[in-house]
Design a protein around this ligand. Sequence first.
Ligand SMILES: [Zn+2]
Length: 420
Amino acid sequence: MQPFVIIALVLIIARAVTELWLTRLNRFHVRAHRTEVPPPLRGVMDESTYRRSVDYTLAKSRFGNVVNVFDAVVLIAVLFSGLLPWGFGKFNANFGSSIWATAGFLFVVGIALSIPGLAFAWYAQFRIEQRFGFNTTIIKMWIVDRLKGLLLAVLLGYPLLVLVLKLIEWAGASWWLWAAGVVVAFQLLLLLIAPAIIMPLFNKFTPLPQGALRERLFALAQRKRFPTRSIEVMDGSKRSRHSNAFFTGFGRFRKIVLFDTLIAQLTELEVESVLAHEIGHYKKRHVIKMLGVSIGGIVMAFAAIAWLARQQWLYHTFGFEYQPGFDAPNVVPAILLFALLAGTITFWILPLIHIWSRHFEYEADAFAAATMGETQSLIQALRKLSEKNLSNLIPHPLYSSFYYSHPTLLERERALRVAG
Ligand SMILES: [Zn+2]
């Protein structure tokens, strides 16, 4: 076997095996504590809710194992069967090697690879989420959602792909820097237009009705100098009983969005503390820092693709023809290989990314506590949310380091008590 075949196989299998192992650790950990509510929450959470959160965690982890193994098998099959070079050759023969056709090939491969995921997404929504009482989506809406997603990909993703490939011919050796610039600009544009154009395609947003809650939240935003054009309620309940809150848009276009489920589950004071936490993310500059890191990630991704596109041996390993020079068909195999294999490497930096994002959560919690002048309302809100969402209260520490962007309820409570 050629060295890169072995490296690719090791990367894929190491990731899959590690994921299975982490899940196994987590299942044992959760099972070992299944009979009693964790001490800090005794008297707060009842036994039956806790038991259900354990069952929900175990059901999701069994399903996650199936998805992991399936993904690894498909990835190996797609990479080593010669399917991609064969398809690329067929596509070229039928549609030519124009930029539009080449981008079309990438697009079609992307769609084809996402099809098995649809079956899994269906199962997660209509079997697991349904069983635990979270699902409120009807199948027709679920299908329409997917079609809307596909339409957006065709209208936005495909032209972007064409532009990136055009840059290879226009800019020569420095194409990848230009391409990274274009993708970053596109992302920023998306952030600007999403609240006005894309999100309303999926949900209805209505202004929070006049009343005590609205006054309370606007007063908080004003007190914290958080310019807000509107506070809106999103009909999240039409898909799921899970709840959330976030803000979108920039500057004076900013709006705060609360899920209707969140308003139904929390008291006014608790909603205020959740908003204070969200404002904390903004005031502590988390949003801009995250954006900076994502821009860095995009530049690194294109640098990696440009490097891969110069590795003749790599092309031959996976059955592609190699022609030196800067035109789109020569770079397409590098883009494909990157898209398929990048996840096997980025998986290993997840714990680092999560240390960072959890640090942000603690900062936002501390900000909320300082803003509210007390910690109790945020603690109550977090307790209710993790109860309603059946969150796993005691993940295995190694498991949570890979998969949890937020600290657990108990970790947040502990930090809040120290702050308070
Ligand atoms: Zn947060």
